[in-house]
Design a protein around this ligand. Structure first.
Ligand code: SAM
Length: 237
Protein backbone atom coordinates (compact mmCIF):
# COMPACT_ATOMS: atom_id res chain seq x y z
CA UNK A 1 0.00 0.00 0.00
CA UNK A 2 1.37 3.39 -0.91
CA UNK A 3 1.11 6.09 1.73
CA UNK A 4 0.53 9.33 -0.05
CA UNK A 5 -0.49 11.85 2.56
CA UNK A 6 0.74 15.32 1.72
CA UNK A 7 1.08 17.88 4.47
CA UNK A 8 1.23 21.61 4.05
CA UNK A 9 3.10 23.32 6.85
CA UNK A 10 3.12 27.08 7.33
CA UNK A 11 5.72 28.85 9.48
CA UNK A 12 4.31 30.46 12.62
CA UNK A 13 7.37 32.65 13.29
CA UNK A 14 10.75 33.72 11.98
CA UNK A 15 13.94 33.45 14.06
CA UNK A 16 16.18 36.52 14.01
CA UNK A 17 19.55 35.22 15.14
CA UNK A 18 23.18 36.45 15.09
CA UNK A 19 24.16 33.69 12.65
CA UNK A 20 24.37 35.07 9.12
CA UNK A 21 25.92 31.85 7.79
CA UNK A 22 25.97 28.19 8.82
CA UNK A 23 29.72 27.84 9.47
CA UNK A 24 30.44 28.40 13.17
CA UNK A 25 26.86 27.93 14.41
CA UNK A 26 27.04 25.52 17.37
CA UNK A 27 25.99 21.99 16.46
CA UNK A 28 23.33 21.88 19.15
CA UNK A 29 21.44 24.42 21.26
CA UNK A 30 22.66 25.53 24.69
CA UNK A 31 26.35 25.43 23.72
CA UNK A 32 26.52 29.20 23.20
CA UNK A 33 24.31 30.86 25.83
CA UNK A 34 25.19 34.27 24.31
CA UNK A 35 23.37 33.32 21.10
CA UNK A 36 20.20 35.33 21.65
CA UNK A 37 17.35 35.23 19.15
CA UNK A 38 14.11 37.07 18.64
CA UNK A 39 11.33 34.70 17.60
CA UNK A 40 8.86 36.94 15.82
CA UNK A 41 5.39 35.45 15.41
CA UNK A 42 3.80 35.97 12.02
CA UNK A 43 0.10 36.25 11.09
CA UNK A 44 -2.27 34.86 12.20
CA UNK A 45 -0.23 34.04 15.34
CA UNK A 46 1.30 37.49 15.85
CA UNK A 47 -0.75 38.20 18.94
CA UNK A 48 0.44 38.27 22.59
CA UNK A 49 -2.42 35.83 23.33
CA UNK A 50 -0.53 33.07 21.52
CA UNK A 51 2.33 33.36 24.05
CA UNK A 52 0.12 33.66 27.14
CA UNK A 53 1.39 31.35 29.90
CA UNK A 54 4.95 31.08 28.58
CA UNK A 55 6.14 33.41 31.35
CA UNK A 56 5.74 30.35 33.59
CA UNK A 57 8.10 28.25 31.49
CA UNK A 58 11.91 28.37 31.53
CA UNK A 59 12.62 26.57 28.23
CA UNK A 60 10.83 25.85 24.97
CA UNK A 61 11.29 23.47 22.06
CA UNK A 62 11.55 25.24 18.75
CA UNK A 63 10.54 23.12 15.76
CA UNK A 64 11.85 24.61 12.57
CA UNK A 65 12.65 24.12 8.93
CA UNK A 66 16.30 23.78 7.80
CA UNK A 67 15.63 26.35 5.10
CA UNK A 68 19.35 26.72 4.34
CA UNK A 69 19.63 23.14 3.05
CA UNK A 70 18.50 22.74 -0.57
CA UNK A 71 15.76 20.07 -0.55
CA UNK A 72 17.51 18.20 -3.37
CA UNK A 73 20.44 17.54 -0.99
CA UNK A 74 18.23 15.65 1.48
CA UNK A 75 16.04 13.63 -0.83
CA UNK A 76 15.73 9.97 0.15
CA UNK A 77 18.95 9.93 2.12
CA UNK A 78 18.95 6.85 4.36
CA UNK A 79 22.39 7.32 5.86
CA UNK A 80 24.36 10.44 6.76
CA UNK A 81 27.89 11.34 7.90
CA UNK A 82 27.60 13.16 11.23
CA UNK A 83 30.50 15.52 12.11
CA UNK A 84 30.67 13.77 15.50
CA UNK A 85 31.96 10.63 13.79
CA UNK A 86 34.69 12.49 11.93
CA UNK A 87 32.65 13.12 8.80
CA UNK A 88 33.58 9.78 7.19
CA UNK A 89 31.53 7.19 9.04
CA UNK A 90 27.88 6.81 8.09
CA UNK A 91 24.88 6.14 10.32
CA UNK A 92 21.15 5.91 9.71
CA UNK A 93 19.51 9.27 9.19
CA UNK A 94 17.13 8.63 12.09
CA UNK A 95 20.06 8.03 14.46
CA UNK A 96 21.44 11.49 13.75
CA UNK A 97 20.54 15.16 14.09
CA UNK A 98 21.85 15.86 10.60
CA UNK A 99 20.37 18.79 8.71
CA UNK A 100 20.00 16.45 5.70
CA UNK A 101 16.82 14.65 6.58
CA UNK A 102 13.34 13.90 5.32
CA UNK A 103 11.11 16.96 5.59
CA UNK A 104 14.02 19.10 6.80
CA UNK A 105 12.64 19.49 10.32
CA UNK A 106 14.91 20.50 13.21
CA UNK A 107 14.23 20.84 16.91
CA UNK A 108 16.09 22.86 19.51
CA UNK A 109 15.61 23.30 23.22
CA UNK A 110 16.25 26.96 24.13
CA UNK A 111 15.95 29.17 27.20
CA UNK A 112 13.12 31.70 27.42
CA UNK A 113 14.59 35.12 28.16
CA UNK A 114 11.54 37.37 27.88
CA UNK A 115 8.30 38.01 26.06
CA UNK A 116 7.66 41.31 24.31
CA UNK A 117 4.24 41.55 22.68
CA UNK A 118 4.19 38.94 19.96
CA UNK A 119 7.95 38.32 20.13
CA UNK A 120 9.68 35.69 22.21
CA UNK A 121 13.34 36.25 23.12
CA UNK A 122 15.33 33.08 23.69
CA UNK A 123 18.98 32.18 24.25
CA UNK A 124 21.29 29.32 23.33
CA UNK A 125 20.04 29.00 19.76
CA UNK A 126 21.73 26.98 17.01
CA UNK A 127 19.65 28.48 14.18
CA UNK A 128 20.59 30.33 11.04
CA UNK A 129 19.19 33.86 10.81
CA UNK A 130 15.77 33.81 9.11
CA UNK A 131 14.94 30.22 10.06
CA UNK A 132 11.20 29.55 9.69
CA UNK A 133 9.75 28.27 12.96
CA UNK A 134 6.92 25.79 12.50
CA UNK A 135 5.96 25.28 16.16
CA UNK A 136 6.90 26.26 19.71
CA UNK A 137 6.27 23.91 22.63
CA UNK A 138 7.00 24.26 26.34
CA UNK A 139 9.64 22.01 27.87
CA UNK A 140 8.00 19.60 30.32
CA UNK A 141 10.70 18.45 32.77
CA UNK A 142 8.95 15.28 33.99
CA UNK A 143 8.50 14.02 30.44
CA UNK A 144 11.43 15.57 28.55
CA UNK A 145 14.28 14.89 31.03
CA UNK A 146 15.09 11.23 31.58
CA UNK A 147 17.74 10.20 34.11
CA UNK A 148 18.12 6.80 32.38
CA UNK A 149 18.60 8.21 28.86
CA UNK A 150 21.82 7.61 26.88
CA UNK A 151 23.23 8.22 23.43
CA UNK A 152 26.49 6.39 22.77
CA UNK A 153 27.00 8.27 19.49
CA UNK A 154 26.98 11.68 21.21
CA UNK A 155 27.64 10.89 24.87
CA UNK A 156 29.06 14.23 26.06
CA UNK A 157 29.17 17.90 25.18
CA UNK A 158 31.95 18.47 22.64
CA UNK A 159 35.40 19.34 24.01
CA UNK A 160 36.17 23.05 23.93
CA UNK A 161 39.29 24.58 22.47
CA UNK A 162 41.11 27.72 23.61
CA UNK A 163 40.20 31.04 21.98
CA UNK A 164 42.67 33.93 22.08
CA UNK A 165 42.47 37.39 20.55
CA UNK A 166 44.88 39.61 18.73
CA UNK A 167 44.78 42.94 20.50
CA UNK A 168 43.36 44.83 17.50
CA UNK A 169 40.66 42.20 16.97
CA UNK A 170 39.55 42.38 20.59
CA UNK A 171 39.37 46.17 20.41
CA UNK A 172 37.33 45.97 17.19
CA UNK A 173 35.00 43.42 18.80
CA UNK A 174 34.42 45.75 21.74
CA UNK A 175 33.47 48.54 19.33
CA UNK A 176 31.08 46.29 17.41
CA UNK A 177 29.60 45.14 20.70
CA UNK A 178 28.78 48.73 21.60
CA UNK A 179 27.38 49.50 18.16
CA UNK A 180 25.15 46.42 18.06
CA UNK A 181 24.38 46.43 21.79
CA UNK A 182 25.10 42.69 21.76
CA UNK A 183 27.49 40.34 23.55
CA UNK A 184 29.78 40.09 20.54
CA UNK A 185 32.90 38.89 22.37
CA UNK A 186 31.15 36.22 24.44
CA UNK A 187 29.28 34.91 21.41
CA UNK A 188 32.38 34.66 19.22
CA UNK A 189 34.32 32.95 22.01
CA UNK A 190 31.55 30.46 22.77
CA UNK A 191 31.04 29.56 19.10
CA UNK A 192 34.72 29.29 18.12
CA UNK A 193 35.50 27.26 21.28
CA UNK A 194 33.29 24.54 19.73
CA UNK A 195 35.85 24.32 16.89
CA UNK A 196 33.76 24.78 13.73
CA UNK A 197 36.31 22.94 11.52
CA UNK A 198 35.07 19.71 9.98
CA UNK A 199 36.56 16.85 12.02
CA UNK A 200 38.34 15.36 8.98
CA UNK A 201 40.29 18.55 8.29
CA UNK A 202 44.00 18.43 9.12
CA UNK A 203 45.67 21.18 11.15
CA UNK A 204 46.82 23.97 8.81
CA UNK A 205 48.37 26.77 10.91
CA UNK A 206 48.58 29.19 7.97
CA UNK A 207 45.00 28.76 6.84
CA UNK A 208 42.59 31.57 7.63
CA UNK A 209 38.94 30.83 8.45
CA UNK A 210 36.03 33.22 8.55
CA UNK A 211 32.36 33.45 9.43
CA UNK A 212 29.77 36.17 9.58
CA UNK A 213 27.91 37.02 12.79
CA UNK A 214 25.27 39.77 12.31
CA UNK A 215 27.05 42.09 9.83
CA UNK A 216 30.52 41.35 11.20
CA UNK A 217 33.08 39.20 9.47
CA UNK A 218 35.26 37.31 11.96
CA UNK A 219 38.61 35.88 10.80
CA UNK A 220 40.69 33.38 12.74
CA UNK A 221 43.56 30.87 12.55
CA UNK A 222 44.65 27.79 14.43
CA UNK A 223 48.22 28.45 15.72
CA UNK A 224 48.06 24.97 17.31
CA UNK A 225 45.70 22.09 16.65
CA UNK A 226 43.68 22.92 19.76
CA UNK A 227 43.70 26.71 19.90
CA UNK A 228 42.27 29.58 17.92
CA UNK A 229 43.55 33.09 17.46
CA UNK A 230 40.95 35.65 16.35
CA UNK A 231 42.89 37.86 14.01
CA UNK A 232 40.42 40.32 12.58
CA UNK A 233 36.89 41.68 12.96
CA UNK A 234 35.48 43.71 10.10
CA UNK A 235 32.05 45.14 9.52
CA UNK A 236 30.61 43.95 6.19
CA UNK A 237 29.42 46.88 4.12
N1 SAM B 1 19.21 21.20 17.27
C1 SAM B 1 18.72 20.95 15.95
C2 SAM B 1 18.28 19.51 15.80
O1 SAM B 1 18.82 18.66 16.49
O2 SAM B 1 17.41 19.23 14.98
C3 SAM B 1 19.73 21.31 14.90
C4 SAM B 1 20.95 20.45 14.88
S1 SAM B 1 21.87 20.74 13.44
C5 SAM B 1 23.17 19.55 13.61
C6 SAM B 1 22.65 22.27 13.83
C7 SAM B 1 23.28 22.88 12.64
O3 SAM B 1 22.29 23.16 11.69
C8 SAM B 1 23.92 24.22 12.92
O4 SAM B 1 25.26 24.07 13.35
C9 SAM B 1 23.85 24.92 11.55
O5 SAM B 1 25.01 24.68 10.80
C10 SAM B 1 22.68 24.22 10.87
N2 SAM B 1 21.51 25.08 10.73
C11 SAM B 1 20.90 25.81 11.67
N3 SAM B 1 19.81 26.42 11.17
C12 SAM B 1 19.73 26.05 9.87
C13 SAM B 1 18.82 26.34 8.83
N4 SAM B 1 17.77 27.13 9.00
N5 SAM B 1 19.06 25.80 7.62
C14 SAM B 1 20.13 24.98 7.42
N6 SAM B 1 21.02 24.66 8.36
C15 SAM B 1 20.82 25.20 9.59
Amino acid sequence: MQHSVYLTIHPIAIAHTPFSEKFSIPRQPGLAPAAIAKIELIPPYDEPLALEGLEQVSHVWLLFHFHGVPSTQSEHRLRVRPPRLGGNEKIGVFASRSTHRPNGIGQSLVKVERIEGSCLWVSGVDLLNGTPIIDIKPYVPYADCLASAYNHIAPDTPELIEVNWREGALHAAEQQSQRLQQEVIALIEQCLAQDPRPAYQKHQPEREYGAQFWDINVRWRYPTATSIEVINIVRVT
